[in-house]
Design a protein around this ligand. Structure first.
Ligand SMILES: NC(=O)c1ccc[n+]([C@@H]2O[C@H](COP(=O)([O-])OP(=O)(O)OC[C@H]3O[C@@H](n4cnc5c(N)ncnc54)[C@H](OP(=O)(O)O)[C@@H]3O)[C@@H](O)[C@H]2O)c1
Length: 258
């Protein structure tokens, strides 16, 4: 089976307007897939959609502004693709735009982040993974973060929801593997995305989104977890006393708190 047969005809990319998501859109279209892009801001979303259409006019490109933290977000995404066959789900959105101590912060913001990383992701995997399983082929890539390896003071909901995401993907990888559906939790380190520049002032730093896409697609049929920067940090933190691990993570996050 070639790539488009295995993962096509359409890919849904949640958080598909910029960074890793837009790099996925271009790469998947170049590999023969139609793409459905979802993000909140209409401007960047339409720009990315048009860039893909211009480069690959034979591909169908759908785009819709959806806030993935909304209770009906998964339904809105499924409505966008209608009765088209979705063979690949790339769930990219999920960074935290804020840091700070949990109990001092805005609960609504925290619940929204948890909805993006947990409930909406889960609902889409349930719906799209279910049809992939019946079809006997497909793929699911969910972006996680090294923050999942250990509780991150100041990013408690982020690290907790990414831990959910990676554990969920590991289990799904095993459940769906016998049915020809590949699941990958792609654990990113610092990545040069517009959101990382906006949220943390760290533009121009870290992995290139195009390299993350290449890595992710090369590992998709292997799974369940791929560490963008190698698994040294996972091994080191996993071997540590938990209190020491949290202290180390806190120290490493000093730059985010400045
Ligand atoms: N960049 C890094 O250094 C880094 C490190 C580790 C892990 N990661 C992970 O990699 C993924 C991508 O990160 P990123 O830095 O590019 O930031 P991001 O904000 O998670 O992703 C950007 C994309 O997601 C969309 N998005 C964000 N929140 C959304 C929402 N509530 N509803 C719909 N779309 C939403 C953005 O468009 P709109 O803003 O227009 O909605 C944009 O298309 C995330 O899961 C993140 O946790 C990133």
């Amino acid at each position: 089976m070639d790539f488009a047969e295995r993962y096509g005809p359409m890919a849904v990319i949640c958080g598909g307007s910029e960074g890793v998501g837009s790099a996925y859109a271009m790469e998947l279209a170049s590999r023969g897939l139609d793409v459905a892009l979802v993000a909140r801001k209409v401007g960047p979303l339409e720009e990315t959609a048009q860039r893909v259409r211009d480069a690959f006019p034979e591909r169908e490109v759908l785009a819709r502004s959806v806030d993935l933290s909304a209770p009906d977000a998964a339904a809105q995404v499924l409505d966008l693709t209608g009765n088209r066959e979705v063979g690949l789900l790339v769930y990219n959105a999920g960074a935290s735009a804020r840091t700070g101590d949990f109990v001092d912060g805005d609960l609504e913001f925290a619940q929204g982040l948890a909805a993006v990383n947990v409930s909406t992701m889960m609902a889409l995997v349930h719906a799209l993974g279910g049809t992939m399983k019946k079809r006997g082929r497909g793929g699911i890539v969910v972006m996680s973060s090294g923050a999942y390896l250990c509780g991150n003071p100041g990013l408690a909901v982020y690290s907790g929801s990414k831990a959910f995401s990676t554990m969920f993907c590991e289990a799904l990888w095993h459940e769906l593997r016998p049915h020809g559906v590949h699941v990958l939790s792609h654990v990113l380190g610092m990545t040069d995305t517009p959101a990382n520049a906006r949220n943390y002032g760290m533009g121009g730093m870290g992995d290139r989104p195009e390299d993350i896409v290449e890595q992710g697609l090369a590992a998709l049929d292997k799974g369940p977890v791929l560490y963008a920067g190698g698994d040294q940090m996972a091994k080191a933190l996993g071997a540590m006393d938990r209190a020491d691990a949290v202290e180390q993570m806190y120290a490493a996050g000093a730059a985010f708190r400045e």
